[in-house]
Design a protein around this ligand. Structure first.
Ligand code: HEM
Length: 131
């Protein structure tokens, strides 16, 4: 059987490490400050939820679903104003987190593309246009 991305990233420990790096970047990169500001001051619950979600999304145990039900991601993001810039900032953090993961190049590129699709799908605000 082909290994899933979950296996390739190192299972539970690998997913945890990816999410820790992702939110670490969001918490420290000045270029991600708008997306950081949408999140609670304490990131512990955000880290936990993304970890649970990505575990299933990458092909491992469906932790989020078991604990919290269907993710309905787009609906859960509606309280936040997400435009192209917000999606770009989120992706910048994930791209950096993936760059440090122990993944084969084709798997990393595939995941980057899949993350990008989801991030684009989360957009719920028109982009600002110059007057
Ligand atoms: C496009 C830019 C995105 C922005 C600005 C954004 C922002 C946020 C914010 C502010 C929260 C609430 C955090 C909390 O409740 O602690 C959240 C929750 C969440 N996000 Fe995102 N997000 C984005 C994209 C994504 C993507 C691409 C994924 C998955 C691949 C994702 C997965 C999640 C999950 C699983 C939750 C927890 C949902 C819940 O149970 O309430 N997000 N996001």
């Amino acid at each position: 059987m082909n290994p899933t991305p979950y296996d390739q990233i190192g299972g539970d420990d690998g997913v945890r490490a990816l999410v820790d790096r992702f939110y670490g970047h969001m918490d420290t990169l000045p270029a991600a400050k708008e997306v950081r500001a949408m999140h609670p001051k304490n990131l512990d619950s955000s880290i936990e939820k993304l970890y649970e979600f990505l575990s299933g999304w990458l092909g491992g145990p469906q932790l989020y679903m078991q604990k919290r039900g269907h993710p309905r991601l787009r609906r859960r993001h509606m309280p936040f104003s997400i435009n192209t810039e917000g999606a770009r900032q989120w992706m910048m953090c994930m791209e950096r987190a993936l760059a440090d993961a122990d993944l084969s190049e084709p798997t990393r590129a595939m995941l980057l593309q899949r993350f990008e699709q989801v991030a684009n799908f989360m957009r719920n605000q028109p982009d600002e246009r110059p007057a």
